[in-house]
Design a protein around this ligand. Structure first.
Ligand code: BGC
Length: 749
């Protein structure tokens, strides 16, 4: 076996050139030293391998590859298996196309429904995002291809994405935006992490030492390489010093010269270059000289099967769906013929083939004697829709069921800009309403990368199937669900609000004067709606099935290290097989911080035959019990009562059980600057202090300490001010001696 090349075999110039791409998509190679190139490519829901013209905007041609359901769909599957299956298949395709590192998954948070890249991210929820991404990374890497977890961090909008400063407080960063990254990094060890374009609290991610070194490497133990987003580096030596290993894209003679210059000028230690070069060299572990072959047909079938698990049945009045045997249907809308199945930008895949919903419906219709007619109804790129609408309305009178394929035009959903509205185009909402006037039944099938509001037409239609963007097999998946060949099992990974104005980031998204202030703090998505008790159209977690499930016998155990284990029994009480998502939430009021009224704490998706029951065990780890303590700069689990809730969605709890958790041992640190209230509440010092104060104040004829208004006022004042008001009648050293004794060490309330 040839020994692995080491950095000590390289000159400074060679090491420096490893730190910037040699081409748009690959690292430097030195054949004389046995160092080959490492090839990177997008990601995340298909391999975008460009062999001729190169760009990171999805403009130039790329090799055909399977377009699997994008993250917006995977999020709605709530299935680790689905996420893992995508990772596994992508590893095979990446290797077939000569790609060593796939640029994904993205675990940024859908802070606003208008986020331009929401289709590339899983959820508004950090736990759901982290768990699914972790399953994806694990299986991708098990297939020999490295992942690039992106975009690190707080890159939750496209407006001004290269310059904006995401101003986020520590607790919010830790509990919401860093949380999915932490989970994936500690559980699945991605080969690389891609830093984002934006600044975090004023410092560019690429030059953010706190982020790349202190948090990522030192706290989380990340051992892989940090890669820049394409063009995110401003000053190469500064990025290197902050912990960024590989600057992309290349070639980058200037960047390499700048690194060499910085070392020669003594501004950067050569050891820093060595460390970064070693991490880039280590990526060779993912170099795949043995190209696999992909079975493109099998992957197309897989893409179809996975898409079935992602579509969300939002509404189904009077069992409108599935379509009945012998019925006549009118299909309306150009998306039935030209489906939207992916978003625009760097993730855009040149699909090997695409299922057309109308064709797939016609095949199934024939099998069950259903008549199918088609009317275009609207044009996405034209305001002239009256004739098309009139024609569709006339045809609708003759059909048993009208199925409208509506959605956002492709031009409105892409990397690089945020959406400007929550509504579907007016031509479509007018059409839906006009059809609802005359048709017996109306079903709406939606295709959109980010949520759309359903207001103005929701109540007039009978059923809504939210497909989001389902990848190249989505057409068949939708047809199968509409005709009942498959049972829908997707659930919302993001809230569908009533109005944009109701959403938590409405007042601050997308920011102003170069700053976006994450003013809603930890109250992101469903956490806000539930805590503030705001009405929503459909809550996070909502999703219907053609069968019914019952959930019983919740038992909760406290396991080691303040983790919990919830067990429930789920039964399929309907007449057909189906999949069910067990959603476990946590509610607590303990600790010194305001918590969301309910957070998602764990979940599992199970398949059940009619009448079948299963026991489901869901682990709730310490991370979901804790809060980020800004004083102690660590995650703290407060002692006290925690209620575990098994719910149908974030707003409907089915079962709950409260347990007591020991929590972390926190020695009390009272000083004379601490508030008097904290002293009075201290179980050791409090009673003695109270007695002394009563003696002092009582002897002056004033009201007693307990219950007087004066006490309430005193509580917020520093202890030393009270001591001085009391004119030395109580001695500070005596007070301090009360809490200096070891037996006063105890849990903070
Ligand atoms: C995107 C990344 C992508 C990279 C390479 C950038 O514009 O933000 O997500 O991986 O380009 O295409």
């Amino acid at each position: 076996m040839t020994p692995r090349p080491r950095v000590t075999d390289l000159t400074l110039a060679q090491k420096a050139s490893l730190l910037t791409g040699a081409t748009f998509w690959s690292t430097a190679s030195f054949s004389e030293l046995g160092i080959g190139e490492v090839v990177l490519a997008d990601g995340p829901n298909g391999v975008r391998r460009q062999l001729q013209g190169t760009d990171h905007l999805g403009l130039y041609h790329s090799e055909p590859a399977t377009c699997f359901p994008p993250a917006v769909a995977i999020g709605s599957s709530w299935s680790r298996d689905v996420a893992a299956a995508v990772g596994r298949a992508l590893a095979i395709e990446a290797r077939a196309l000569g790609v060593d590192i796939l640029l994904g998954p993205g675990v940024n948070i859908k802070r606003s429904p208008l986020g331009g890249r929401n289709f590339e991210y899983y959820s508004e929820d950090p736990l759901l995002s982290g768990v699914l991404a972790s399953a994806y990374v694990e299986s991708l890497q098990a297939g020999g291809v490295g992942a690039s977890l992106k975009h690190f961090v707080a890159n939750d909008q496209e407006t001004d994405r290269m310059v904006i400063s995401s101003d986020v407080d520590d607790r919010t960063l830790r509990e919401v935006y860093l949380a999915p990254f932490e989970r994936v990094i500690t559980e699945s060890k991605p080969a690389t992490v891609m830093c984002s374009y934006n600044k975090i609290n004023g410092i560019h991610a690429a030059e953010n030492r706190w982020l790349l070194n202190d948090v990522l490497r030192e706290e989380w133990g990340f051992e892989g390489a940090v890669v820049s987003d394409w063009g995110a580096i401003r000053t190469r030596p500064a990025a290197l010093a902050a912990g960024l290993d590989l600057g992309m894209p290349g070639p980058g003679e200037f960047a390499t010269a700048a690194v060499i210059g910085a070392v020669e000028a003594g501004e950067i230690d050569e050891a820093t270059v060595d460390d970064a070069a070693a991490r880039v060299l280590a990526l060779a572990a993912y170099s795949n000289s043995d190209r696999s072959t992909a079975d493109w047909d099998a992957h197309h079938d897989l893409a179809r099967r996975l898409a079935v698990e992602c579509a969300v049945l939002l509404k189904n009045e009077n069992n409108t769906l599935p379509i009945n045997q012998g019925a006549s249907i009118l299909v309306v809308g150009e998306f039935a013929k030209e489906p939207r199945y992916q978003g625009g930008g760097s993730s855009h895949v040149n699909a090997t083939r695409v299922d057309i919903p109308l064709d797939e419906m016609r095949i199934l219709a024939e099998e069950c004697d259903v008549q199918v007619a088609f009317a275009q109804g609207f044009q996405t790129d034209s305001a002239e829709n009256e004739t098309l609408r009139a024609h569709a309305v006339a045809a609708a009178r003759l059909a048993d069921t009208v199925i409208v394929f509506a959605g956002n035009p492709e031009s409105e959903e892409s990397e690089g800009f945020d959406r400007s509205r929550l509504e579907l185009p007016e031509s479509q909402t007018e059409l839906i309403n006009a059809l609802a006037e005359v048709a017996r039944r109306v079903v709406v099938v939606l295709a959109n990368g980010g949520v759309v509001t359903l207001e103005g037409w929701h109540d007039r239609v009978d059923a809504i199937l939210e497909g989001f963007l389902l990848g190249q097999g989505g057409g068949k998946a939708i047809a199968d669900i509409l005709f009942g060949a498959e049972n829908p099992s997707g659930h919302l990974a993001e809230t569908i609000p009533v109005r944009l104005e109701d959403t938590p980031a409405w007042l601050t998204f997308p920011g102003e004067q170069g700053h976006v202030r994450y003013g809603e703090g930890v109250m992101v998505g469903h956490r806000y709606f539930v805590t503030a008790d705001r009405p929503v159209r459909y809550p996070f977690g909502h999703g219907l099935s053609y069968t019914t499930f019952s959930t019983d016998s919740l038992a909760v155990d406290v396991t080691a290290h303040d983790s919990l284990e919830a067990t429930v029994t789920v039964t399929n009480t309907g007449s057909r097989a189906g999949a069910h998502v067990v959603q476990v939430y946590l509610s607590t009021g303990v600790g010194p911080v305001i918590r969301p009224r309910r957070i998602l704490a764990g979940f599992d998706k199970i398949h059940l035959e009619p009448g079948q029951s299963k026991h489901v065990v869901v682990e709730l780890d310490r991370r979901v019990l804790g809060y980020w303590d800004i004083d102690r700069k660590q995650l703290i689990v407060s002692p006290g009562l925690y209620t575990v809730q098994v719910a149908e969605s974030a707003s409907t709890v089915l079962l709950e059980q409260t347990v007591e958790v020991d929590g972390d041992f926190l020695p009390v640190t009272l000083t004379l600057q601490s508030e008097t209230g904290s002293w009075l509440d201290d179980p050791v010092a409090g009673p003695q202090l109270r007695a002394r104060m009563q003696a002092v104040i009582g002897s002056s004829g004033e009201e007693p300490v307990d219950g007087s208004d004066g006490t309430a006022m005193m509580r917020g004042m520093p202890m030393n001010q009270i001591l001085s008001i009391l004119g030395g009648a109580i001695d500070g050293d005596w007070l301090l001696s009360l809490v200096a004794q070891p037996e006063t060490g105890r849990n903070q309330p």
